[in-house]
Design a protein. Structure first.
Length: 746
């Protein structure tokens, strides 16, 4: 599809969106069209390369499931190889008024990239359809002449369309020229060319071409999904394949009866905000800042994770003897229903292909029969055990592979099974955890950890050590992990099912809709697994007990949140001893403590030299007056407000209800100011400062919003500061802020 649309308005945006998403072309060439618009409104369905605008060059949109390689990229020309089968060139030629030297260089460069041994498609704006008039002065050789030479030399075909461009010399005002948007070196079929939109006085249009390179005959039959080849003969795998096929058939029937899902305004807003802040729309580049093609990106991602998760030999993990009595006691349907309820319905789909949003439609009886077989055999299908991994950016959307964070997406059915296992083993593990551990435990969290820190770190002369474990979850030794788990006397059935998830588990890295070659997980805790946080807490609890045994003469307090460990020492002379012992015990469990990144802070309220450290998202200073944290919060809130303001400017007012705009602003801006409002000992003036900034930012945001008054904004901020912790999920009730004639979206 070749798009050449000048200008921007709501009508054009909706027409472009509906045309592209209805047709879903593999590749879209943009010229004289706002590329930033296409970055934001297509929900990640297309990858955008290059920049286009009124005179900014050419850009290319590639559908996410298409494999491509960038062979050349300039401002005016982008050359791609799609699936290593065809070459597509997106181009934007200089106008006729451009200097002759520039035009000659452009056409020579274009000719260099034309292949002769495989199919070619050229699309864009060649600026070769204009006749000489009083208002158009042609410098040198006309583009139309150069285009004819190019087609004769390389035997190219200009896809014909009906004459649409009206010359200023025309006496009868009838179109006299056809568009020259798409060229190919293969035979074309006229009924596969569609002109979607044409502005006759100019040369702006959308031209669609259905290009068939190869086809599958109807007599060849339809390819079928093959079962996993690693354990296809195992009874549990065969049972899983049967159960999965039943689910897919059921979901397919439901899709036919259900109405098509409409685009959610709330989802669109959050999607655009995440892209604005660089949390989505990842583009991988090399050290020189050039885009990586998908194959190179997959290889580098796989190599990075292989060096992290597959660095040791596979350790022997002993099996635990099971009681024969327990063999006939799998979880009942009540437990399965509770496990389904606990699964996040908005999570991404894993390797099992079962969408989390459809988890409530899984028949409990069929699920029970499958889980019963899992419990009887103490084995799991490899497709449920294997890990699907996708990268997300740490900071910037355009970054190198090393600056990405791998996100593991477990299978949906595996989440249900692990939720049941977690429910069974928690009573055995909880007594072995320490009171100082606050992560992923019922009734505990960041608030309790921060409260304990300020209660214990308050005497002058105390030293706070923040120990740094480098990639702790990725390096835990499996043998040490299961040795610790055996000591808790968890039931044998659950132990063996957890063990089976660490035996022969493979990691599959996905990028651009395809997977890299799998590799075996030999160290580290399974990322994204429901059980991982509990298992890591167990390892850290045992490690801390060993530390206390070796340092029983040292008086200290510790506060732990996952791999974040804060140590409070009364005497800083024991600092090196504390670091050495913790580093040694970490090594025993396969982890590495980086003492160079370990920070320390000595409490001194009379000092004039301010030192700061960051812990649990809070900036602590050596005077503990929290003034540095106040400044940081205000800066972050202002940046969030600016990003949100840029986001809503890209959304037409007709697609952004007032209630959604208000709720989004509160959910994005206020948490930066009021995070752990009650737990942190801010002074009254500091609390007033934060409340005033919140009121000012919201008032500025809703300055032109009908029905939202300054009084309602101030009242809402005051209500929050009285006790509400303004996390995103808790900001649903904004009645005092909403206009009286506006209803909240559900």
């Amino acid at each position: 599809m070749a798009i050449n649309i000048d200008g921007y308005n709501d009508k054009k945006e909706l027409q472009l969106r509906s045309t592209i998403l209805r047709t879903r072309p593999h590749i879209v060439i943009l010229s004289e069209t706002c590329a930033n618009l296409h970055r934001t409104i297509y929900d990640g369905q297309y990858t955008l390369i290059g920049t286009s605008g009124s005179a900014d060059g050419v850009a290319v949109m590639i559908r996410q499931d298409v494999q491509y390689t960038i062979t050349s990229k300039t401002t005016r020309t982008i050359v791609l190889r799609l699936d290593n089968l065809v070459t597509c060139i997106g181009t934007y030629a200089p106008t006729e008024q451009t200097a002759e030297r520039t035009k000659a260089q452009y056409w020579e460069n274009l000719a260099k990239h034309i292949p002769t041994n495989h199919p070619l498609l050229i699309a864009g704006d060649l600026n070769a359809g204009h006749e000489p008039t009083e208002s158009r002065v042609i410098k040198g050789i006309a583009n139309y002449t150069r285009l004819q030479r190019l087609t004769r030399e390389f035997k190219l075909n200009i896809l014909p369309t009906t004459p649409t461009w009206i010359s200023k010399r025309s006496k009868d005002q009838k179109p006299s020229r056809t568009l020259d948007r798409i060229l190919t070196n293969t035979a074309y079929t006229s009924n596969h060319i569609t002109l979607d939109w044409e502005n006759a006085p100019a040369d702006h249009a959308i031209l669609t071409y259905k290009w068939t390179i190869t086809s599958i005959g109807y007599d060849q039959g339809r390819p079928r999904n093959l079962p996993s080849g690693r354990d296809a003969q195992e009874p549990i795998t065969q049972a899983w394949e049967k159960f999965k096929m039943q689910l897919k058939l059921q979901f397919r029937k439901q899709e036919k009866t259900n109405e098509p899902r409409k685009q959610d305004a709330n989802h669109r807003l959050w999607e655009l905000y995440r892209k604005q802040t660089g949390q989505e729309g990842l583009t991988l580049v090399n050290e020189d800042g050039e885009d990586l093609d998908p194959g190179q990106a997959r290889h580098q991602l796989r190599q990075m994770l292989h060096n992290r998760w597959s660095t040791t030999d596979r350790p022997p993990i002993p099996q635990k003897r099971e009681s024969k009595v327990y063999m006939d006691q799998p979880p009942d349907t009540t437990e399965l229903a509770a496990a389904i309820k606990a699964v996040n319905k908005k999570a991404a789909t894993g390797l099992d292909g079962i969408p989390a949003r459809r988890i409530n439609h899984i028949p409990l009886e069929d699920l029970y029969q499958f889980v019963e077989q899992v419990w009887a055999s103490s084995k799991l299908p490899r497709q449920l055990v294997d890990m699907k991994v996708k990268p997300i950016p740490k900071v910037l959307p355009r970054t190198t592979v090393d600056n990405t964070r791998p996100i593991t997406i477990p299978s949906t059915i595996m989440k249900i099974i692990n939720q049941v296992i977690l429910h069974h083993i928690t009573p055995y593990i909880e007594p072995h955890l320490l009171p100082q551990q606050h992560a992923y435990r019922k009734g505990r969290g960041p608030a309790t950890a921060v409260t304990e820190l300020f209660a214990k770190f308050n005497r002058p002369g105390q030293t706070l050590l923040l120990l740094d474990l480098s990639k702790a979850f990725d390096t835990v030794d499996h043998k040490a992990l299961f040795s610790t788990l055996r000591n808790t006397e968890v039931p044998s059935k659950e132990y063996n099912l957890i063990r089976d998830q660490y035996l022969d588990a493979e990691v599959l890295v996905q990028w651009a809709k395809r997977f890299a070659a799998p590799f075996t997980l030999t160290n580290g805790i399974r990322q994204g697994c429901t059980l991982s946080t509990t298992l890591f807490n167990l390892v850290e609890a045992e490690r801390e007990r060993k530390c206390r045994t070796k340092m029983n003469e040292i008086r200290y307090d510790v506060i732990m949140y996952a791999d974040d460990k804060a140590v409070i020492l009364d005497d800083d002379h024991h600092t090196q001893r504390m670091l050495a012992v913790n580093q040694q015990t970490a090594k025993e469990y396969g982890m590495y403590q980086n003492n160079a990144k370990t920070t320390q802070l000595k409490l001194n309220r009379d000092t004039k030299e301010i030192q700061t450290v960051k812990w649990m998202g809070i900036l602590l200073d050596n005077k503990l007056n929290m003034s540095q944290e106040i400044d940081r919060r205000i800066e972050k809130a202002r940046k969030a407000a600016a990003d949100y303001n840029k986001t809503i400017k890209n959304i037409p007012p007709s697609m952004l209800p007032v209630a959604l705009k208000v709720r989004g602003a509160c959910a994005i801006i206020l948490p930066h100011l009021f995070y752990l409002w009650r737990e942190i000992p801010f002074t009254p003036p500091q609390r007033d400062t934060l409340a005033d900034v919140a009121t000012q930012l919201l008032a500025k945001m809703f300055n032109n919003t009908s029905g939202v008054t300054a009084t309602s904004i101030q009242r809402h901020v005051n209500n929050i500061t009285k006790g509400l912790t303004p996390r995103i999920k808790q900001l649903a009730s904004l009645d005092v802020l909403m206009p009286k004639d506006t209803e909240m979206d559900t």
